[in-house]
Design a binder for this molecule. Structure first.
Ligand code: MEV
Length: 313
């Protein structure tokens, strides 16, 4: 018996970092996916194969003893075969670059939870999401669950600390050109840097939070109107706020400058310090924006919003 599931990656469109201090953030699922195939096997073992490595272990090991980025898969498989006399083989295929803030680990957890649970029973998307967040917590204890939520349900989502998540019903039609700096970053240390900035500049930071909140309210209106040109302006403005709090660097600024030549606007997505930026385009400037990045030897690819979310087959 085999089962397969796939889940999309994600980007934070607006509101990263400020969301930590209560401002709303806007996320969207992207049409680049992770596909997980799970198979029940007679041998009592859990074996995982992916493009970031392999893991083969007996069931029932304490999760704290496992030191592998594939730990969430082990957690899920071990939990689901607890009372069974069999093992599980898992294969992971990814279209998403890993570890650069594009939701690869959340997509793994969501597709993993769906594929593995489906071997034995059909559970709802809400239950899959709950399992996926549990699995993600084995590698990122303080996750808000936002990434797994958007990977499960797809589309656009708003999130703030007080009110949690809600789906944005707009279906705008833009393209994002995502460029990867290939600079590794630690979200934790970038977030810590912002905390220090806040501590030393309380007044300025609180004004920036106010400005960001106002910008997000404008963005929600522009998404309804599918007004990609003005959304681009908001990306440029949001990037200025991110520059102020110190999460940018020369390489990211260079990439943003290239992205802004022909797109409607570009900004960092996610923690910054490295990772990715996106440039906002429509059909009219998509190819030229890709060309600009390629000419300067930056790795990039284009995505659209994924409205499907988790898919099982
Ligand atoms: C990281 O992808 C997003 C941050 O806003 C941190 C967080 O929200 O936990 C930088």
């Amino acid at each position: 018996m085999k089962s397969k599931a796939s889940a999309p990656g994600k980007v934070i469109l607006f509101g990263e970092h400020f969301v930590v201090y209560g401002v709303k953030a806007i996320l969207c699922a992207i049409n680049k996916r992770i596909t997980v195939t799970a198979e029940e096997i007679s041998e009592k073992k859990i074996s995982i194969k992916s493009n970031i490595g392999e893991l083969e272990l007996e069931p029932n090991k304490p999760i704290s003893e496992i030191n592998s980025p594939l730990k969430p898969f082990y957690y899920l498989a071990d939990k689901i075969i607890q009372d069974k006399d069999s093992g599980i083989k898992i294969e992971v295929e990814s279209e998403i670059p890993l570890g650069v803030g594009l939701g690869s680990s959340s997509a793994c957890c969501v597709a993993g939870a769906a594929a593995i649970s489906k071997l034995f029973e059909n559970i709802s998307k809400d239950e899959i999401l709950k399992l996926a967040i549990e699995a993600e917590k084995t590698i990122f204890q303080n996750t808000s669950g936002a990434d797994c939520t958007v990977c499960t349900f797809g589309g656009l989502m708003e999130y703030d600390k007080k009110n949690g998540f809600s789906k944005i019903e707009s279906e705008p039609n833009f393209h994002l050109v995502i460029a990867n700096s290939n600079v590794e970053h630690s979200t934790e240390s970038v977030v810590e840097g912002v905390r220090k900035f806040k501590e030393n500049n309380e007044k300025e930071f609180s004004k920036l939070c106010e400005d960001e909140s106002y910008l997000i309210e404008n963005v929600l209106e522009l998404l309804k109107e599918d007004n990609v040109k003005d959304l681009g302006q908001k990306a440029i403005q949001n990037q200025e706020y991110l520059e102020r709090i110190g999460i940018s660097n020369d390489k990211l600024r260079d990439m943003i400058k290239i992205g802004q030549k022909t797109s409607f606007g570009a900004k960092i997505t996610g923690a910054g310090g490295g990772g990715c930026i996106f440039a906002l385009t429509d059909e009219s400037n998509l190819q030229n924006t890709i060309k600009e990045f390629n000419e300067k030897n930056y790795e990039c690819f284009s995505v659209k919003i994924d409205f499907k979310g988790l898919d099982t087959f």
